[in-house]
Ligand binder design. Structure first.
Ligand code: ADP
Ligand code: MG
Length: 483
């Protein structure tokens, strides 16, 4: 019976069970800061620190939570729900007020839509095509702040490799400046970083058209800084970047080595941050892996939320392909979708590019695409099937390049940590990608013993399971290998 236990006792017992059931990282991220807000006739309301956690618990851990609670309090638990609240508001009031959750849904065509620009989206049910119509004025408004109307949440397919980034972006769009600030998304080329970031801006604008959103590439930011400040228009620069509610800077890795711009960015960042303005950043790598990025910037970024995207699995790639076909009003068979998605493994941009070529070619020749007719169009991509063009040497070079270490050091004798891990990763990739033998691997890496190679492969194999950074490093290196 719950009455014999206080809500706090009940929850700490449940947390005790959950702690055993999930990984330490997940426990710390999602469960540690939760508490019971109230228990009322079998309805348990769990207090959570933010919407992101709420979404995550609802989608991922709900069954485990219910199970744990029921085990402790028997059948007394009827329902479990989650609510954003601060701990001190426990049983008092919920704070801060949460706006309606944003649920992506296809929009109805506006009544007056001059000069419509059609942007078809994924069909919610089979066979039915829904078209979002952005009118020209809206499109101009979006473009003026750097947004592409196509990059919406509706058009984004969520899979395992991007679900965390997607959830974080939804949370940021719901409550700009309060959910995660800054929100830093990193991962290889063509994996949807820009798409997600822009979706945040568009959604926030849709929710509140008065909001000031600005999307720039790091390059634009740098150029404007140099141009305006050099021309004595520093105030104009400050005015532009400090007056927004959401600032998005894409491909922030290009700040590397630009001291003046880093300084300007640092001050812009602090100003916005202090005023609870949302900052979104993307990069092709983790902030700590950006060379010559000032420590104070790295620590600012780490103060927010850092999420990665990596290459979607086959199933998600098929889903993306199918969605892009629907957008383009083009039909391909499921077999063909499967064929294309399994042959294009580098990134989504490439998948889309190939689809465009397939469509163009078949429409031009007025024929239906089949696996046979599509094959020749794939040649430039399919020429590098896994394990052919990639050589041991290419792996060593790519790894050295990725970790920014010199080749001779990588194959040399130094035991420095900055070299040991990349060296082991190179060995691991030789095994995985080209099925090299252990003696061979040892040979390639400066004449090492085969047991060293074996040990390295085991170690990285284990590390990738425990450490997300290793997994994402591996996937980025693979991308570079096959690109
Ligand atoms: P990045 O910024 O990571 O290099 P982009 O955001 O430019 O990648 O994405 C490249 C292309 O792939 C875009 O056209 C984007 O719409 C598409 N894309 C990437 N991921 C997805 C996804 N999960 N669902 C739908 N389209 C995607
Ligand atoms: Mg991008």
């Amino acid at each position: 019976m719950i009455t014999t236990m206080s809500p706090d006792q009940l929850w700490s017992a449940a947390l005790g069970e959950l702690e055993l059931a999930v990984s330490k990282a997940n426990y710390t991220t999602w469960l540690k800061d939760t508490f019971i807000l109230r228990v009322q006739s079998g309805a348990v309301v769990v207090g959570v620190p933010n919407t992101f956690t709420k979404t995550w618990l609802e989608n991922k851990y709900h069954p485990s939570i219910v199970k744990a609670l029921r085990r402790i309090a028997d059948e007394d638990i009827q329902t479990v729900s989650y609510q954003v609240a601060s701990r001190k508001a426990q049983s008092l009031r919920v704070a801060p007020p949460e706006p309606e959750p944003y649920v992506p849904k296809p929009e109805a065509t506006p009544e007056v839509a001059p000069r419509p620009v059609s942007t078809p989206v994924r069909t919610p049910s089979k066979g039915e095509t829904v078209t979002i119509t952005v009118n020209a004025a809206q499109k101009d408004t979006l473009e003026a702040v750097g947004l592409n109307p196509v990059y919406t949440f509706e058009n984004f397919v969520v899979g395992k490799k991007n679900e965390l980034a997607h959830a974080a972006c939804l949370a940021a769009a719901e409550r700009p400046g309060f959910a995660y600030n800054p929100l830093f998304i990193y991962g290889g080329v063509g994996l949807g970083k820009t798409h997600l970031m822009q979706a945040v801006g568009q959604t926030a604008l849709k929710r509140d058209p008065r909001i000031k959103v600005l999307y720039v590439t790091c390059e634009t930011f740098t150029n404007e800084f140099i141009k305006m400040v050099g021309a004595g228009r520093a105030d104009e620069f400050k005015g532009k970047y400090r007056s927004v509610d959401i600032l998005m800077v894409d491909d922030i890795q290009f700040l590397a080595g630009k001291e003046g711009t880093q300084e300007a960015f640092f001050h812009t960042f602090n100003h916005l941050y202090q005023h609870n303005k949302q900052i979104l950043l993307t990069s092709d790598r983790h902030p700590r892996a950006i060379p010559t990025l000032e420590h104070r910037l790295v620590s600012r970024f780490e103060g927010g939320m850092i999420v990665d995207v990596s290459l979607p699995d086959l199933e998600t790639r098929i889903a993306i392909l199918t969605q892009k076909c629907e957008q383009k009003n083009y039909q391909i068979t499921p077999e063909l979708a499967q064929f294309l998605a399994s042959n294009i493994q580098n990134n989504i941009r490439e998948l889309e590019g190939t689809l465009n070529r397939v469509i163009a070619y078949h429409q031009l020749n007025n024929i239906q695409p089949t696996i046979e007719t599509v094959k020749p169009l794939l040649s430039s991509f399919a020429q590098t099937p896994r394990g052919q063009a990639v050589t041991a040497r290419k792996i060593v070079e790519t790894v050295a390049d990725f970790f920014e270490v010199e080749m001779p050091d990588l194959v040399g004798n130094s035991r420095k940590k900055e070299l040991v891990v990349p060296r082991q990763i190179a060995m691991f990739l030789m095994r995985e990608e080209i099925h090299a033998s252990y003696p061979n691997i040892g040979q390639e890496l400066g004449g090492r013993d085969h047991t060293t190679a074996m040990h390295a492969c085991q170690k990285i194999g284990k590390l990738r399971e425990e450490d997300e950074k290793t997994e994402s490093d591996l996937s980025m290196i693979r991308q570079r290998l096959y690109n």
